[in-house]
Design a protein around this ligand. Structure first.
Ligand code: HEC
Ligand code: HEC
Length: 417
């Protein structure tokens, strides 16, 4: 069904790489002459609305044909393989969004991990920004630019690629509705707090909701962040290239493309980050399965042992000019708040989130997103539950006291949502 319009291939990337290498001087100290990026621009294309209930990777139901065309163009962009001529690198983690986001369909998660590092001393976390932290880029367009985890780092954490199904519905929830999820009177030691972040696209203070640390509030900002930090593509929102381990000379030697590499189309003012955001915004939520008798019993248990205190079953989107996102129910099973997860925290301070704080991940679509937890340490849903700590300890202990049948009922429920 999908037609690809790009000609970018690994072979093309290699030719450009050889060209870039030829331009750098032997010591790699003199900057190369920079050229404009050459990036294919995704064009709007007709996408036929699916009949019946949307499946993983389908568009939201109820989009207009124009919105579906933006969804299609965004999917092309999301699947586009970046090349050196298009601005890939100098350091990067992978060559396309879909390379890490594909389980169940384009836009899913994957078991691919990225690495964060930093230095914790006397209760203070230093992201080692001057040495390229806190995110490691474990790939480079030339081996000479490759990053390593600096010796100073004493915190090293892995983060798993998350699924994006239903992300537009999550984006469309009002800040105030997330803030209302904070429990005024702690229940079982559970309180939670909203992650206030400055949205790079608007400069506004917003409630962060995307990422394991709730580090971004909007899909456009996350797209800009991912283009830069996962692929080394600069944009109007993130115009500064990452220097390999903070080394400006290495950056000068290997950065051959003028910034921003994602050049906006003068006709529309939009770039590839906008297209990728459109795709994620219009992606349908994971399709729930009909509840069996066992799963229905599990739904009650989920409430009784207070999983629902953090994994809020349902929220509603705010009024929205896009009717498919307007006042819609969102069965995400998350309060989108940060919680102190004790020993399960990843040790990284990021934005407002402290070392032990993690965002409650949505549980919808769980059956398609194994392995689980921020670092993928849990091969099964049960292992993920048993690793809960901190604010979730009481709820976890209640789970471990359930009978074998009750546990199975709860797991059947979690595999249906
Ligand atoms: C190298 C693998 C990799 C690539 C490439 C990648 N991502 Fe991700 N993505 C991740 C990981 C890992 C996370 C979780 C990051 C975190 O929270 O620290 C993530 C999280 C996200 C989220 C947050 C979703 C949520 O659950 O809240 C969005 C949105 C996203 N990515 C979009 C993109 C887009 C758009 C691209 C392409 C421009 C992209 N990603 C490329 C690995 C990747
Ligand atoms: C205090 C809030 C809180 C409570 C209570 C809680 N969770 Fe969680 N849950 C989280 C957070 C935060 C994470 C992510 C932790 C991480 O990966 O570091 C998580 C992760 C998960 C995951 C893995 C999700 C994924 O995509 O990897 C599952 C499954 C899960 N919880 C189920 C449950 C169940 C079942 C219960 C009840 C027994 C429960 N949780 C109680 C906050 C909570």
């Amino acid at each position: 069904m999908k037609t690809k319009t790009f000609t970018s291939t690994a072979a093309a990337a290699f030719c450009v790489l050889a060209f870039a290498a030829g331009n750098a001087d032997a010591q790699g100290t003199v900057g190369v002459t920079k050229v404009h990026s050459s990036r294919p621009r995704a064009s709007l294309r007709t996408v036929t609305p699916q009949s019946g209930a949307p499946q993983f990777g389908d568009a939201l139901p109820g989009l207009t044909s124009e919105q579906l065309a933006y969804f299609g163009a965004g999917m092309d962009e999301f699947e586009n393989v970046e090349t050196v001529a298009g601005g890939l690198g100098p350091v990067f983690n992978n060559v396309s969004c879909v390379a890490c986001h594909n389980a169940g369909g384009t836009g899913g998660g994957s078991a691919i991990l990225v690495t964060r590092f930093g230095q914790a001393a006397n209760g203070v976390f230093d992201p080692l920004t001057a040495l390229g932290g806190s995110l490691l880029q474990d790939n480079a367009i030339n081996a000479a630019a490759l990053e390593t985890v600096p010796a100073q780092a004493n915190v090293i954490a892995h983060r798993q690629s998350t699924p994006l199904f239903g992300a537009g519905l999550i984006e469309a929830i009002a800040d105030a509705d997330i803030q209302r999820n904070v429990l005024k009177v702690p229940l079982d030691g559970i309180k939670g707090r909203a992650a206030m972040v400055t949205d790079v696209a608007t400069g506004q203070q917003r409630v962060g909701r995307f990422g394991w640390k709730a580090q971004q509030a909007t899909l456009l900002s996350f797209a800009g962040d991912a283009y830069l930090n996962e692929m080394g593509i600069t944009s109007r929102l993130f115009p500064l290239e990452n220097a390999p381990n903070g080394d400006a000379a290495k950056l000068a030697a290997w950065d051959t493309v003028l910034d921003p590499e994602d050049e906006v189309d003068p006709a529309t003012g939009r770039g590839d980050i906008d297209a990728a955001a459109d795709f994620m915004r219009f992606l349908a939520p994971p399709p729930p399965l009909p509840l069996t008798a066992s799963a229905s019993a599990g739904k009650t248990i989920f409430q009784q042992i207070n999983c629902a205190a953090c994994h809020t079953p349902m929220m509603t989107t705010a009024p929205n000019s896009i009717s498919a996102l307007n006042r819609k129910p969102v069965a995400l099973y998350s309060d989108l708040l940060l919680h102190d997860m004790g020993a399960l925290g990843d040790g990284i301070t990021q934005g407002p989130a402290g070392p032990t704080e993690m965002r409650t991940p949505p549980l919808w679509g769980l059956r398609a997103s194994a392995p689980y937890l921020h670092d993928g340490r849990a091969p099964t849903i049960e292992a993920a539950i048993m690793a809960h700590d901190g604010e979730a300890k009481t709820s976890r202990d209640r789970y471990s006291r359930l009978s074998k049948t009750q546990r199975q009922q709860l797991l059947d429920f979690l595999k249906s949502i």
